[in-house]
Design a protein around this ligand. Structure first.
Ligand code: MLT
Length: 325
């Protein structure tokens, strides 16, 4: 047996042993969960709830990194480029699907560059206005935006974001064109709505419901067919005779492509324990959001959900002629 042969064999054995040890003690340092929208928004709130729950189940700290901008694509690219070792994760919603239709060139592929871990949440959206907006209810809101069109400002979190999709659907349904004001997330958009700098925001309920309850902004309608249990006095937009307008936003967790199976298995298990954690469920429910069932907190469910959103919502934006660059 030659010396070279023995040396190569030993190197292979050492690499296999260190890979095995690495997988076995994963995680042994802080995990980063990237939220590609600004702090203070629904994505940020949801990510922090899951970071807290998953760190309990993984026994390691999880920090949230808000790398916001370009409709979530900057933070998403950061995760795609990171080492696939389970220590950098991405929590993202519909913009993972719509950005493929929005941007001529993205520095990542939403399917090929990621390992889906599982779905985390599902939640409705709410059309809200600044507190001193002239309309007091849904009927007055519809009449006012129709009469004033682009004089009314519509805040959103950038093309392809949930709030942008909701705003587009609302404008289509009411046949109006409002003045769109993009932000890096609905955290800063909500701050401006609270301050009265913008008129309307259609946002996920995690930010809007608490602000409506404390009387800081006004709710005009839930963006769908049914009222929200948290705000039963607020009508659904369908009650104004608006058809075909229903939007529900789901967040999911991804790792970079190539993350080894043992690490993936631990992350999937921690996500599944988190979606069934009573504390997580209760905290989300108070904001009008649901943690998904364990059955949906798995890679196949997130993969199928992403594919469906790429086909339906990405297609809808292409048809509407919306482009980011
Ligand atoms: C955010 O967290 O800021 C939102 O998820 C943005 C959006 O998509 O509307």
């Amino acid at each position: 047996m030659s010396f070279r042969f023995v040396r190569t064999g030993l190197a292979v054995l050492m690499a296999a042993l260190s890979w095995h040890a690495g997988a076995q003690d994963f995680p042994n340092r802080t995990i980063t969960m990237v939220m590609p929208y600004a702090a203070g928004g629904p994505g940020d709130t949801i990510t922090r709830v899951f970071a807290g729950a998953m760190q309990k189940h993984l026994g390691q700290q999880i920090v949230v990194d808000n790398t916001a901008g370009a409709s979530g694509s900057i933070g998403t690219a950061k995760v795609a480029r990171s080492k696939p070792d389970g220590y950098t994760l991405l929590m993202i919603h519909v913009s993972h699907a719509t950005n493929t239709a929005m941007y001529k060139s993205l520095p990542y592929h939403p399917v090929d560059d990621f390992e889906p871990i599982g779905r985390a949440t599902s939640g409705p959206m709410l059309i809200a206005t600044r507190n001193d907006f002239p309309a007091k209810n849904l009927q007055e809101f519809v009449a006012y935006v129709k009469a004033n069109g682009p004089k009314v400002s519509l805040a959103h979190a950038g093309v392809g974001s949930a709030s942008h999709l909701c705003g587009l659907m609302m404008m289509n349904a009411l046949n109006v064109k409002l003045n769109e004001i993009p932000y890096k997330g609905t955290g800063p958009a909500l701050t401006d709505l609270l301050g009265g700098q913008v008129d309307v925001l259609c946002d996920q309920t995690s930010g809007t419901v608490p602000s409506v309850k404390t009387g800081k902004i006004k709710a005009m309608a839930s963006a769908g067919k049914t009222r929200l249990p948290q705000l039963p006095e607020v009508p659904a937009i369908s009650e104004a005779g608006v058809e075909g307008f229903e939007i529900n936003i789901s967040f999911g967790l991804y790792a970079p492509k190539g993350t080894p199976k043992p690490e993936m298995d631990k992350l999937i298990s921690a996500l599944q324990k988190s979606v069934s954690d009573p504390d997580v469920r209760q905290r989300l429910e108070a904001m009008g959001i649901s943690a998904v069932s364990v059955d949906l907190a798995r890679p196949e469910a997130l993969r199928a959900h992403l594919k469906n959103e790429i086909d339906t919502l990405g297609g809808l934006l292409v048809k509407a002629g919306v482009k980011a660059n």
